[in-house]
Design a protein around this ligand. Structure first.
Ligand code: ADP
Ligand code: ADP
Length: 228
């Protein structure tokens, strides 16, 4: 039942700063878990270790029971959505979403890549922008492109780092509901990083409260307590 397992994870950066101190948690298959905590507490550091962008100082990460610490990032079957979308500005929306399927060893034919890309563009409701460049889209539309691009490889785990923080308040509410509906529809196990309590409470099946490199509370929604 545990799909993601983080065991005694630690990260000491090159400058000696211990950003993550002996952190353990697990995520059940299909759950949307929020990692909640203030800026600078180590949330991105954890996601980067899960994604294989950063090597842990010690501890282990298991996906479906298998240690992935020594697995290459591209073999981890992870989709990563960054705070700033990180879209390719010179490519159209369709080209952006197709891109992960056109490179590397699992690359597909152009026709097949476009077919899969269009499926996720439909799910994220961006089909009408297929031939536009990201620069001509709103923040919420760009974020949907980033989500479609993260999903095209049909990863087993989706990591989202403050995906709503660049959106205005009204759009943030709308997109967060869309994200929850989408990840439940696709059924993908998701770790969602935020510093916003209300956002975490509304979107998460479970919340892990994090501060200063350690877990303060790890609970199933209904018993979760936050200081007023
Ligand atoms: P976030 O916006 O997710 O809180 P930050 O703005 O704190 O992230 O940092 C963004 C990235 O910059 C980090 O993931 C890290 O790679 C790098 N970074 C942050 N703080 C430092 C630091 N003190 N020294 C070196 N690199 C840093
Ligand atoms: P969050 O995502 O919660 O804002 P981060 O994981 O980005 O936090 O950063 C956690 C702490 O580690 C911060 O104090 C940050 O300055 C520090 N940090 C991040 N990246 C680096 C780095 N490359 N070198 C040194 N310190 C870093």
């Amino acid at each position: 039942e545990k799909f993601v397992e983080v065991k005694n994870l630690r990260k000491v950066y090159d400058n000696g700063y211990e950003a993550i101190k002996n952190v353990s948690f697990s995520v059940k298959k299909g759950d949307l878990v929020c990692l909640l905590g203030p800026s600078g507490c180590g949330k991105t550091t954890i996601l980067n270790m899960l994604a294989g962008l950063l090597f842990p100082t010690s501890g282990d990460i298991l996906f479906d029971g298998k240690s992935v610490v020594k697995t290459e990032p591209k073999d981890r079957q992870i989709g990563y959505v960054f705070q700033n979308y990180a879209l390719y500005p010179h490519m159209t929306v369709l080209q952006n979403v197709m891109f992960p399927l056109t490179v590397g060893k699992n690359k597909k034919s152009k026709e097949e890549a476009e077919k899969v890309a269009r499926k996720y563009m439909d799910l994220t409701q961006i089909t009408e922008f297929a031939n536009q460049k990201p620069g001509s889209l709103s923040g919420g539309q760009q974020q949907r492109v980033a989500i479609a691009r993260a999903l095209v490889q049909e990863p087993k785990i989706l990591l989202m780092d403050e995906p709503l923080s660049n959106l205005d308040a009204r759009l943030r509410l709308k997109i967060r509901e869309e994200i929850r509906a989408l990840v439940k529809k696709v059924g993908i196990t998701t770790l969602f990083v935020t510093h916003d309590q209300e956002e975490a409470l509304s979107i998460g099946d479970e919340i892990i409260l994090f501060n200063d490199g350690v877990i303060q509370q790890d609970d199933l929604g209904q018993n979760f307590y936050l200081e007023p």
